[in-house]
Design a protein. Structure first.
Length: 178
């Protein structure tokens, strides 16, 4: 596995065996060719950011479903006399976890549409269709911030739901101990 932060690759490593001589790409850097290498790094890091947002979104979706399942299981396994003190806390928790799940699914759908619009803009650019490129590019630029704010909402609702669930669980444990 290679470190994605490494700026050298077989195509960009210009050192020869002696380590002193510079290749044509290194000379090009001095004359402004470094912009291309910086652009490649920027594209690579943007790709990494997009992938990590997807992983985090999926992780929160999985945690929300697992936490809701845990809470439902805990509620079903409790004797009826304890339910009156647990239901309000777990109900609030389940509402926020459910909202987190719904928002997470919407973030996923929004990201997919963003990718479709970006791909359509790139195809239109390759086909030299400026009008189609402008339409798809503008749509993609609208969807990007929605993804970011949706992910923030997903994270917040999950955090609130988890916090309320943990507090309710602590109350349940304290009732059993005392």
């Amino acid at each position: 596995m290679t470190d994605s932060r490494d700026s050298s690759s077989p195509e960009t490593d210009t050192r020869r065996n002696d380590g002193n001589a510079r290749g044509p790409q290194e000379e090009g850097k001095k004359q402004g060719g470094g912009k291309k290498q910086n652009r490649e790094k920027s594209i690579r890091w943007q790709s990494n950011t997009i992938q990590q947002m997807g992983h985090a979104n999926n992780l929160l979706l999985a945690f929300a479903v697992a936490t809701m399942g845990f809470e439902f299981n805990l509620l079903v396994s409790q004797p009826p006399e304890r339910l009156h003190s647990l239901v309000p806390g777990f109900a609030i928790s389940l509402v926020f976890l459910g909202l987190s799940f719904v928002v997470g699914v919407l973030v996923t759908v929004n990201r997919l549409e963003d990718f479709r619009q970006s791909a359509a803009a790139a195809r239109a650019d390759e086909d030299n269709d400026a009008a189609a490129h402008a339409v798809h590019s503008a749509r993609a630029k609208e969807l990007g911030p929605k993804t970011k704010s949706g992910f923030t909402a997903q994270l917040c609702t999950f955090g609130i739901g988890l916090l309320v669930g943990v507090i309710t669980l602590v109350i349940l444990v304290l009732h059993r101990i005392y």
